[in-house]
Design a protein around this ligand. Structure first.
Ligand SMILES: Nc1nc2c(ncn2[C@@H]2O[C@H](COP(=O)(O)OP(=O)(O)OP(=O)(O)O)[C@@H](O)[C@H]2O)c(=O)[nH]1
Length: 318
């Protein structure tokens, strides 16, 4: 029976999910023969990787990036329940589905698995087609969820994160800076005279311009903890943890220069090319400082940059 032919993955132009055959199942079992049996059952539908060491499973999964973990319940070193709890407690491994595979059919063991965060539970002896179908269903659901999550948090035109991402992720990064008593920089960026660009060259060229500016801004950022997102229409927001005023100021200058050097013609404005205005604020925040307040302050600085003639950055300190 061709199990692959029965299912197709949902294809979406911007964020295409992987095919099932490109997905990976990690099999964690101290018994080598069990590993081999499970891997043989799954070999036609998914990539398999085996491990008999349950001790560092979070690190292993961060490295190996599986789409499902098949976990033995009783293992020396660290039992499956503990491993599953640890995977679910880590933000970067929490969404990997875990299927327990065990010789124990006891209801209390099954309850422990569900409580630890299991997606499914299979009792040995394993029925090959049941294992294949369960793995397939669970991995396809994960792929769809990954796709929806990606679409929820990303702007499809520019590929940048969006406001939902900002609301979901930035407060935690900000709180971390408050706790660590380090600087936090916020930038608000707006493309200059974009209405006239759209009016002159059309909306499609406008979209193309937005994507190029977004890419130039993103490429100016060097550190993975720096976050840029599309705040709205032709506005972008940048969040810079642990960056002092000098650093934020340098980035602001580099961003203005980089966008201007794209040399995107905008004949209806003084500069003749697309430019940006930028407002930023740098603060060593405490528990009284609000993230919304910083965004507001950066927005005020942006307004000043526009009033001062555009194509420049204006900084505030709080
Ligand atoms: N092509 C395109 N245009 C957009 C998009 N989102 C917003 N805009 C346009 O961006 C323009 C913003 O215009 P304004 O807010 O008047 O600002 P501006 O012309 O850039 O003027 P200043 O900010 O003063 O420099 C509007 O014409 C919007 O329609 C988009 O996704 N694609």
């Amino acid at each position: 029976m061709n199990l692959l032919g029965e299912y197709t993955t949902f294809k979406e132009p911007q964020f295409q999910t992987k095919a099932l055959t490109e997905c990976k199942a990690v099999i964690v079992d101290d018994d080598k023969s069990s590993q081999l049996v499970l891997a043989a059952i799954l070999q036609d539908i998914i990539i398999t990787e085996c491990s008999d060491n349950s001790l560092n499973m979070v690190e292993f999964c961060l490295e190996s990036k599986p789409d499902v973990v098949l976990l033995d319940l009783n293992m020396p070193g660290k039992d499956g329940i503990t491993v599953c709890r640890e995977l679910k407690a880590n933000k970067f491994t929490a969404n990997i589905p875990v299927i327990f595979i065990t010789g124990s059919g006891k209801p209390e063991d099954q309850d422990r698995c569900w409580e630890a965060g299991a997606s499914d539970f299979i009792v040995k002896p394993v029925v090959a087609s049941t294992l294949q179908h369960r793995v397939k269903n669970i991995v396809l659901s994960k792929l769809h969820l990954d796709l929806l999550t990606e679409q929820t948090f990303r702007d499809p035109l520019t590929g940048l994160y969006n406001r939902y991402y900002m609301n979901a992720e930035i407060p935690a990064i900000f709180k971390h800076c408050v706790r660590e008593q380090v600087n936090f920089g916020v930038m608000m960026i707006d493309i200059d005279n974009f209405k006239s660009f759209n009016d002159t060259y059309g909306h499609l060229e406008g979209d193309n311009c937005l994507a190029q500016v977004a890419s130039a801004l993103k490429n100016t950022l060097r550190r993975p903890q720096d976050k840029i997102l599309r705040y709205g229409g032709e506005e972008f927001a940048v969040f810079l943890p642990n960056t002092d005023r000098e650093g934020v100021g340098q980035l602001a200058k580099a961003m203005c220069e980089k966008v201007e050097s794209l040399n995107i013609e905008n004949s209806n404005c003084g500069s003749g090319v697309i430019t940006i205005s930028l407002g930023f604020v740098v603060s060593k925040p405490d528990y009284q400082t609000s993230l919304a307040g910083l965004v507001n302050e950066a927005d005020l600085a942006l307004f000043e940059a526009k009033m001062a003639g555009k194509n420049q950055g204006v900084g505030h300190r709080l």
